[in-house]
Design a binder for this molecule. Structure first.
Ligand SMILES: *[C@@H]1O[C@H](CO)[C@@H](O)[C@H](O)[C@H]1NC(C)=O
Ligand SMILES: *[C@@H]1O[C@H](CO)[C@@H](O)[C@H](O)[C@H]1NC(C)=O
Ligand SMILES: *[C@@H]1O[C@H](CO)[C@@H](O)[C@H](O)[C@H]1NC(C)=O
Ligand SMILES: [Zn+2]
Length: 527
């Protein structure tokens, strides 16, 4: 089989630009590769000195649906956007010294959803799909299984330890990923009471938007979309007045934004709903921010209006500048939430641009913080049935064609394909000839093997990249719910803190405690 393919490639099918070499000349010289590898080795040897400080700050970047094929393709895209061939480019997350694998299954699902997984990497326990902030004894959509099954998140543990806490997402702030940080809900779709069945409301279950403001007193930074879930039903949206589909959804008639503004009126607290308001704030004068930039999810970064909507990177910048003022440090959850949506729609270009934007935010967060006191983890909740292949040549545009034709239907195919999804397309009973269409446009839906209106998640492990204090504890193949245990351990928050009290210098508290112990010892000697 391989022989046949090689034969095809070697038998004169052309790729790349004729006359232009496929790769730089220097790569023909072994010393190029040897030098590069040797300098990587030198860096790796530095890692023998483990960073065992206590993490003052914790940042989790969650690429929703950012499986490993997505990471690789986003890397190539990032390189190609800056005029390189792409494969050799380093993403910001690629620069993290430690990488592990995360097993993403939910308690009741081999292929996970974003709610059960969020409960795992935020609350530290695996849970059923569709549920947030409740353990696996809770059943999806059954209100009466909530009580007694609530589990708390690392965001809460951090708040209780005196840290500032924040949530930044490109989805609704009450979407599955962020909601597990503050809500306990048996149904991820209960965005507001307008989406809840009457029985669940009668039985005392609370919608997720409401829990955002009621469960954890004063989350310091909340930024993303989801405005409509905060306003009374039929209330027009500030940005799209008169557009019914963006009207408020709350049946209880509450205005959660007004309630928040009112409750915070004696604090340095600001509600903003567009980029201009956000960028005009001086973070030094802001202690609390509620930024709701769209009625639902934010727009894809490729479609964002840069005058009215902030980018993920801009939101992260403001968030960190507000949060880092707390001398006790902070916990920040950042979600690149629409990588997942791009894939579900079969729109690989949207998904990959979302991933590149999250990577940009990771780079900026690195500049605003310090690896000596900040642990940063980048991971995904689950993968997708997204793939790219087809023996493409070096530097082939990531949205381009494989350099061959199918030996079955004689038609070309794109390197990016989906296992299932809306891109399945048959023309006159046969697979579409992609050469007759523009497969590089933003909303092109790559071909899928099985027709499905929404492409599905994938079941394989996802990567965990980590840097900063205790990052080396993310080092192998782990269950996804291990992640917040490590982060809490690194920051000396939550339950597992015995090591923080030891005076052997195993933590950043170590030096302070060691001198305290020395003083006490002296005291003991002299008195
Ligand atoms: C919980 O509610 C479901 C309906 O959602 C019902 O079938 C079940 O009997 C209830 N269980 C208890 C213990 O009340
Ligand atoms: C919203 O508007 C619809 C139709 O205009 C009306 O039937 C309904 O009673 C209104 N709901 C509220 C809560 O005002
Ligand atoms: C596919 O479309 C291209 C461009 O129109 C055409 O040249 C080619 O012959 C087509 N291939 C097949 C197998 O129909
Ligand atoms: Zn999804």
């Amino acid at each position: 089989m391989k022989g046949t393919v090689l034969l095809i490639i070697c038998s004169g099918l052309t790729w790349g630009v004729p006359g232009k070499p496929l790769f730089p000349d220097q790569e023909k010289d072994p010393s190029f590769w040897n030098k590069w590898a040797q300098s990587t080795l030198k860096n790796a040897l530095q890692l023998q000195k483990l960073n065992q400080n206590t993490a003052k700050n914790l940042i989790l970047f969650l690429g929703d649906g950012m499986g490993i094929p997505t990471v690789t393709a986003a890397r190539i895209l990032k390189g190609q956007l800056s005029g390189k061939s792409g494969e050799e480019t380093q993403l910001e997350m690629d620069k993290f010294p430690f990488v592990a694998l995360s097993k993403t299954y939910n308690t009741n699902a081999q292929v996970a959803d974003s709610a059960g997984t969020a409960t795992a990497y935020l609350c530290g326990v695996k849970a059923n799909e569709g549920t947030v902030g409740v353990n696996a004894a809770a059943t999806r959509s059954q209100c009466n299984t909530t009580q007694g099954n609530e589990v708390t998140s690392i965001l809460r543990w951090a708040k209780e330890a005196g840290k500032s806490v924040g949530i930044v997402t490109t989805t609704r702030v009450n979407h599955a990923t962020p909601s597990a940080a503050y809500a306990h809900c048996v149904d991820r779709d209960w965005y507001s009471d307008g989406e809840m069945p009457a029985e669940a409301i009668q039985a005392g279950c609370k919608d997720i938007a409401r829990q955002l403001f009621e469960n954890i007193p004063n989350i310091d930074v909340i930024m993303g979309g989801g405005r409509k879930y905060m306003f009374p039903k039929n209330q027009s949206d500030v940005e799209y007045p008169g557009d019914k589909k963006h009207f408020g959804t709350r049946k209880d008639g509450r205005n959660l934004v007004a309630e928040w503004t009112n409750r915070m009126k004696n604090k340095q607290a600001f509600y903003v709903w567009n980029r201009k308001e956000l960028m005009s704030l001086n973070p030094n004068n802001v202690d609390y921010i509620l930024g709701l930039f769209e009625p639902g999810d934010l727009l894809y970064n490729l479609e964002r209006n840069p005058d009215t909507d902030p980018s993920l990177t801009e939101m992260v910048e403001v968030a960190i500048k507000i949060l880092r003022k707390n001398p006790n440090g902070f916990y920040l959850l950042v979600e690149g939430g629409r990588i997942d949506h791009g894939h579900h729609e079969g729109k690989a270009k949207q998904a990959l641009h979302e991933a590149v934007e999250m990577d940009r935010a990771i780079g900026l967060a690195g500049l605003l913080t310090n690896i000596h006191d900040t642990m940063t983890v980048v991971t995904a909740d689950h993968s997708h049935v997204f793939s790219f292949g087809g023996y493409t040549s070096r530097g082939n545009t990531i949205f381009g064609l494989a350099p061959m034709f199918s030996d079955v239907d004689q038609k070309p195919f794109t390197a990016i394909l989906y296992g299932n999804g809306p891109g399945f397309k048959v023309v006159d009973g046969l697979r579409e000839n992609v050469s007759t269409i523009d497969y590089q446009e933003n909303n092109y839906q790559a071909q899928a093997a099985v027709p499905l209106s929404m492409e599905t998640h994938g079941g394989e492990d996802v990567a965990i990249f980590s840097k900063g204090p205790m990052a080396h504890l993310l080092h192998g193949v782990h269950e996804q719910n291990y992640i917040p245990h490590v982060m809490a351990y690194a920051a000396c928050i939550g339950q597992n803190r015995d090591h923080c009290m030891s005076s052997n210098g195993a933590s950043g508290l170590g030096p302070a405690l060691a001198s305290l112990t020395a003083l006490l010892t002296l005291n003991h000697l002299f008195c």
